[in-house]
Write a protein that binds this ligand. Sequence first.
Ligand SMILES: [Zn+2]
Length: 306
Amino acid sequence: MWIERQDTQAGSEAATERVGSARGGRQAGTPGKPALCVSIHDVAPATWDDCMRLAQALREVAELPLTWLVVPQYHRPGGEPARMEAGLERALVQGDELALHGFTHLDTAPRGPGLSERFWRGRYSHEGEFAALPADEAARRIQGGLDWFAERGWPVHGFVPPAWLMGEGAWQALRAFDFDYTTTFLRFHVLGAGAGAGAGTPGNGGTVWSPSLVYAARNRTGRLASPLLADALALALARRPLIRLSLHPPDVRHPRLLRHAQATVERLLATHTAMTKAAFAHLFATHHYQYGPQYPPRQWRAPQPP
Ligand SMILES: [Zn+2]
């Protein structure tokens, strides 16, 4: 277990354990402060080298825990699965978290006639696998992803839909599984018992408003505008419980974006505690996270070799 904390709440031994390595609960930064969750999206053999470089770039400025969003059967072929799996094993040992990020990442469901649906699903280049799936198919894919994690003996606590898009069928399917959290672009949703009544329903007490800082690396305007937007969001969210920074493999090809991500993390760690998404979900569930954790600071211990 990487984290030890004094806990003033009765009956929380199990909770303390949950914040440990099994929860991907390593933390860095300023204890007792709001949370910073940094994630790497679209982790697959084909993107592995880029994902590794993103992680290395972040760790040049801080030894912080990451959440790797893994796609079990990514629709883009290539890469070496064994190398990725060895890398993710190392990440787990370090106290990082692996989360389920769809199954193929590809949105193959037929397009509906609605303008808004066409806009959102088209905007993400058909990457929103769970945007329009019926509940049974969504459940089948989630179970497929969980089986894939289980075959590798990897714990999984979170589901993040590709492109953050999740239709009603996917929401319905998700509620039948035992995830601790899911995220959309605007919100962090705590699921299960920790969320209180109506878990997973946008707008209830189990959600935290936290639009993700994210870069639009694919076009020039996006590359220029998205760091400015990220700065504005970081400022707007400064006194809220959670700031999320989400990096995608294409970001790695743009040094300016990487430098921005590094500077952002470095700056935020002065005021925030970096933690995995699973650790945040757990804190939210057990401590009714409002404006920073309501418990004594904890100590961070360097990971021991396995
Ligand atoms: Zn993705």
